[in-house]
Design a protein around this ligand. Structure first.
Ligand SMILES: CC(C)(COP(=O)(O)OP(=O)(O)OC[C@H]1O[C@@H](n2cnc3c(N)ncnc32)[C@H](O)[C@@H]1OP(=O)(O)O)[C@@H](O)C(=O)NCCC(=O)NCCS
Length: 281
């Protein structure tokens, strides 16, 4: 909390910093209760790096009363609100792990915008983001035979690293919870499909994991589609090793997945993020 307090003091003394926090809070407020895509964070003002790193946390604090009011209006259970907002703390830890830096860089601060305008909710083990399909994603789904297209609503699934194994039971429980949640809290919205974009959907994964691996069972739930434009090797390095820079020879080899990831990369192969879809009724 100490660096957040220091940033808060700096903001009180510096109108340039204060206007970034107010403007960012304003963008989030303007998007409140709408599906993603939400606002893009404005470029941060110049200043002390230790202060700039914590400005997104202050923007979270700025918008928090409005977010809580939005959740109250939708009658979101308190445990869902708490679990959803716990991601702020997790992203502060992840920023140190992935980038070796305190605070929130643009990547993870940008990720949190969807939580802060009421588009994303953590329900059980998984996170669900209300999304309005863009042109490319909409056409891809249409061509895959799903009853939706550009402009339609879907739910995008995210898998936090925290929360333990991704057993079929926890996934089933989360999906059932989410179906009930969205029917009750967003009766005005219909989602044609559940989408997911992840390295977890790389079809090479089940081939290298032990029989009975949770990741393979998770992937089997989806119709796996095309390769996303994210760099899959980087995704895997981040989510499996928490690091993108360590030479392959120095990466830990303590799990079957870690051995398989390094094995493929050393053979000159690559990991890929894929899209996947699951019918949603
Ligand atoms: C999703 C997650 C919880 C699945 O873990 P799980 O339930 O243990 O998965 P599996 O049962 O398929 O694991 C099979 C093997 O791979 C290992 N493994 C799975 N995920 C791993 C990870 N992220 N890092 C290192 N090893 C991992 C397991 O320890 C197990 O090893 P073992 O055979 O030596 O015992 C885990 O991958 C994770 O925390 N991922 C980070 C979040 C993420 O990637 N989200 C998606 C972002 S797009």
């Amino acid at each position: 909390m100490q660096p957040v307090r220091a940033a808060r003091r700096a903001v009180l003394d510096d109108p340039g910093l204060a206007s970034w926090v107010t403007a960012t809070g304003g963008l989030l407020r303007a998007a409140m209760d709408t599906p993603s895509p939400g606002p893009v964070l404005p470029p941060r003002p110049d200043g002390e790096p230790d202060v700039a790193a914590y400005l997104p946390v202050l923007a979270c604090v700025d918008v928090l009363p409005d977010l809580l009011a939005d959740h109250a209006l939708r009658e979101v259970p308190r445990d869902v609100t708490a679990a959803t907002l716990a991601d702020v703390g997790r992203m502060l830890a992840r920023n140190r792990e992935w980038f070796g830096e305190a605070g929130l860089g643009d990547e993870l601060a940008g990720w949190l915008t969807r939580h802060l305008h009421g588009a994303l909710f953590e329900i059980g083990r998984l996170q669900y983001e209300r999304v309005r399909l863009g042109e490319g994603a909409g056409l891809e789904l249409q061509m895959a035979g799903f009853p939706c297209g550009p402009g339609d609503l879907t739910l995008n699934l995210h898998i936090p690293g925290e929360g333990g194994s991704l057993t079929p039971e926890v996934v089933d429980a989360s999906l059932a919870g989410a179906r009930a949640f969205f029917r009750k809290r967003f009766p005005d919205e219909r989602y044609a499909v559940l989408t997911c974009h992840s390295w977890l959907l790389d079809p090479q994964l089940p081939e290298v994991l032990p029989a009975g691996a949770n990741l393979a069972a998770f992937q089997r739930r989806f119709t796996v589609g095309g390769v996303s434009d994210h760099d899959g090797d980087t995704s895997v390095r981040k989510f499996v090793f928490g690091d993108v820079d360590t030479p392959l020879t120095d990466l830990p080899q303590d799990t079957s997945l870690r051995r398989a990831v390094v094995g493929l990369l050393r053979r000159g192969g690559h990991w890929q993020d894929h899209s996947g879809w699951l019918a949603w009724r």
